[in-house]
Design a protein around this ligand. Structure first.
Ligand code: SF4
Length: 160
């Protein structure tokens, strides 16, 4: 059974977000995968050593700055490396990461002004995973992720 790397705040059960909350995904396909034991939850921000809760942070170019003006890039890089290590260890079919996050965003991130505006872009972990060859979906692309898994499992079926 192929595993899927997912953002821990989507997996639910541990409030890992910067604000001490979670965003547990309620999509039926996601919940079925969770029940099957396919999902490998990762929180790159917590893996990087950041506390819960923590000051909000956003990407500004190649750096990640928190709202207090502290450069937290190294924590994001450490956490991304650990997420990649787990993706490889579990031979993940692909990843489903929380959209908008400076670590996990796969298509959209905040624009670095802490004003709520989003721009096209990706988080540090999403970028590292993609660079290593993993496909990364957002939680807003569950249909595409399901189609991708069906295709992979079809291709991996032994010939009769
Ligand atoms: Fe969720 Fe990713 Fe942020 Fe962790 S780093 S709280 S998994 S979006």
């Amino acid at each position: 059974m192929r595993k899927i790397l997912v953002s821990e705040c989507l997996y639910g059960g541990r409030p890992v977000r910067y604000d001490g909350g979670e965003k547990a995904e309620t999509d039926q396909v996601f919940l079925k995968w969770k029940e099957e034991g396919r999902l490998v939850p990762v929180c790159p921000e917590v893996f990087g050593g950041l506390p819960i809760p923590r000051p909000e942070a956003q990407r500004i170019g190649d750096r990640v700055m928190n709202i207090e003006g502290k450069d937290v890039t190294e924590a994001y890089q450490r956490g991304a490396a650990e997420a990649l290590r787990l993706a490889k260890e579990h031979d993940a079919a692909f990843c489903i990461l929380k959209q908008g996050s400076p670590a996990c965003g796969s298509r959209m991130i905040h624009d670095g002004t802490f004003s709520g505006r989003k721009i096209p872009g990706q988080g540090v972990a999403a970028e590292l995973l993609r660079g290593a060859g993993f496909t990364v979906f957002g939680e807003d692309q569950m249909d595409e992720a399901a189609a991708c898994l069906a295709q992979l499992e079809q291709a991996e079926q032994p010939l009769k």
